[in-house]
Ligand binder design. Structure first.
Ligand SMILES: [Mg+2]
Length: 260
């Protein structure tokens, strides 16, 4: 079973294309391997993408691990988690609250301007079910007070490159564990390109760090010394394709009894 990040991993950062990884996707399909997409995208963004990739029979991890899109569904179940996050925001003292501007406080055009997504895609990115990304515009001390007030309501924050994302605290690995428990795969492989993928890479039998020339290489990982991490030369879907075909080869060789 393969767990994979999307942007910069299975999908090219600039072209949003995954054609270069199609041979490896086909090979996984032929061996009935599971393919679990795991990214910051919402269920509304992930559903159509997952169907296009032909992997809708597997659950997908959405909103950076804050929730799950069940197999074959195009929508996540009721957005109760998101409602809880927004309600907690409403309870924060207003001088702090007004320094945070979440996707729920923005129009689709605002989100489009901020992210570079098309207005249609920005509208899908605004359909939150589990977590609220936003911009913090205030001082650091105020941010601490803001996060402390939210923590009282059980809300956790993750600071990404740009967005501060509020959720009830589940992450990619929590769901990865649940999915592994459910499907009991023989082997697990995880692929990613960024710091927020590290826990997933370390939790898999084999983690694949996909090269990303746009950022600092990931530091040595916990499982790297044990030979459980491989790093690709090529970025995005080209690296993804190489790594999966290489690993399939490796698993098959370890299964074939020696001749003579
Ligand atoms: Mg990525």
């Amino acid at each position: 079973m393969v767990f994979t990040d999307l942007d910069g991993t299975l999908i090219d950062h600039t072209t949003y294309d995954w054609a270069a990884a199609q041979p490896a996707l086909d090979a996984l399909h032929d061996m009935a391997a599971g393919i679990v997409l795991a990214s910051s995208k919402t269920a509304a963004e992930m559903g159509p993408l997952r169907a296009k990739m032909g992997v809708q029979k597997w659950p997908a991890i959405v909103e950076n691990g804050a929730g799950i899109l069940p197999p074959f569904k195009m929508q996540a179940p009721a957005a109760e988690d998101y409602a809880k996050v927004r309600a907690a925001l409403d309870g924060v003292p207003s001088d702090l609250r007004q320094q945070f501007r979440g996707f729920g406080d923005m129009t689709a055009q605002d989100v489009s301007d901020l992210t570079g997504l098309s207005p249609d895609d920005a509208a899908l990115a605004k359909q939150r079910c589990f977590s609220e990304p936003g911009l913090w515009s205030g001082a650091k001390a105020d941010k601490e007070a803001f996060l402390a007030a939210l923590a009282d309501d059980g809300i956790t924050a993750q600071q990404g490159g740009r967005f501060l994302t509020l959720s009830l605290g589940r992450n990619k690995v929590d769901h990865m564990r649940d999915i592994i428990d459910l499907y009991q795969p023989q082997h697990t492989v995880a692929l990613g390109d960024a710091p927020n993928d590290i826990a997933m890479l370390e939790h898999a039998d084999i983690g694949v760090v996909i090269a990303n020339p746009a950022r600092q290489p990931l530091p040595p990982l916990k499982t790297e010394k044990a030979g459980r991490i491989i790093r690709t030369q090529d970025a995005g879907p080209v690296g993804w394709n190489w790594a999966i075909l290489h690993l399939i080869d490796r698993f098959e060789q370890s299964r074939t009894p020696p001749h003579g």
